[in-house]
Design a protein around this ligand. Sequence first.
Ligand code: NAD
Ligand code: SER
Length: 321
Amino acid sequence: MAKKLLITGAGGQIGSELTLAFRKIYGNENVVATDLNPVFSAEITEGGPTDRLDVLDRTKLETLIDKYQIDGIIHLAALLSAVGEKNPQLAWDVNINGTMNVLEVSREKGIKRILIPSSIAVFGPTTPIENTPQDTILQPSTMYGVTKVAGELLGDYYVQKYGMDVRGLRYPGIISHETLPGGGTTDYAVAIFYDAVKHGKYECFLKEDTKLPMMYMPDCLKATTDLFAADFDKLKHHAGFNVGAFSITPKELTESIKKFIPNFEITYKPDFRQAIADSWPNSIDDSAAREEWGWKPQYDLDAMTEDMLHAIGEKHKKGLI
Ligand code: NAD
Ligand code: SER
């Protein structure tokens, strides 16, 4: 079992909370937060080690592994779907070459456990759209999806070829209130809460009936730390576990927000992200994750909405947003 962890891309939407979740379990001093842009919250900076790391800089990765005696890596650094479509070459470079660096350096240094998140973006227009199976067609139509499929295949290859412990899960859209998302297609489901609290209205870049799988951050943290801790011998899959929580359209999310802000209004102005969303599943079959490592989400739509509105409302009252 790994004891000293390094997280790449730790300043992002997920890393800014996942770092603290891992520190709670493994100890503050034993989780090193790194990012290309190492601007972390005071809680992360004051609570434990932080460093700058560009995942394309293999030498620096090796140096940090030696410096902190790292034996586990959570590799979050990536470009997401919408920014990836704007700069597909950079998305390929960071997502593929960054992942290869992490896997190769881990092989050379004998890293005990590596977790690399994947995404519902591995699916595409030819994938069954409802209750998408664990093992199914992976023909994505975005560069982000292409890199995530390759990342899963690489992870599985390192398990089979080198006997390494590589694991990963296909996050749906993650909804949270600590750090803003970094440029994905599911970001509307975060932005809508800020605009609801601040302005009472929101203009959505997806159509009202676009159904996508989503998950609230506390479930994302639990899924990730649970999979990282799972017994390797019980896993039949490795680098790409489906994980679901709830599936929603912008219209359904609006109805949920209206339970707490009755006058909230939404308008729709679909942009290039509509085509990306249309290529992704409506809902996910996560029975493999449930069977192999006990995955079970806790938050449904209304529970998430209530919590998000409360947290963002508090930020607004304090003048932070
Ligand atoms: P994010 O965009 O919020 O954060 C990514 C972080 O990576 C940023 O802090 C950025 O500075 C950093 N980064 C970019 N290039 C880098 C480089 N060359 N070297 C080091 N760091 C670099 O992303 P996130 O939402 O926190 O996503 C984390 C992981 O989860 C990614 O692998 C992403 O594909 C996956 N994921 C996220 C979601 C979601 O809804 N947030 C859904 C599915 C999968
Ligand atoms: N939330 C991510 C995105 O929209 C899914 O991987 O890009």
